[in-house]
Design a protein around this ligand. Sequence first.
Ligand code: HEC
Length: 165
Amino acid sequence: MLIFPPAKRTAQMRTLHTIVLITALAIGGCAKSAEDGGAAQGAADAPSGDALTPEQLEHGIGPVSAFEPGPIDDAMAAAGMELYKIKCSACHKVDERYIGPALGDITTRRSPAFIMNMMLNPVEMTQKHPEGKKLLEEYVAPMADQSLSREDARAILEYLRTAAP
Ligand code: HEC
């Protein structure tokens, strides 16, 4: 062990501390990028957007297939609004981003079946559908499965149609 005069020794110790710190940061950085690489690899193994049918890509993954809703049913929309307040408003606002995206314009952005599949099957939608995956990446919080019946989801869709600009 080299003996330094006290003053020089302190300076030497400081240099040593700096080196240890830099090394620790560098190792931390490498571990992090290995983690990222691992995650990307995992995602590549999971069924990708390519594995979905064109129908699923447009209308989502879940129990509801493409359909054209008729004229707005006011009674159903009113029931849907009540359900929306209880089941959705904790995370969604009509006109601005909240925990999840604003939903006022959702019927102009997504098909009716896509919206219902998102309500009825949010886990698969955010894990397997390319649009759902993008949303989860952006909003980070996962949309909770509200265990809605198909009728409830249909009523909420009807309400969302009335909220459209
Ligand atoms: C716990 C919070 C939470 C609740 C409750 C919730 N959502 Fe979501 N929702 C989200 C988040 C966050 C996203 C974005 C995707 C993700 O991160 O999982 C989302 C995404 C969506 C999307 C897709 C939006 C788009 O731009 O395509 C729709 C549609 C949707 N939610 C409708 C609803 C409806 C209707 C309800 C009520 C039945 C509801 N959500 C309840 C958090 C929630």
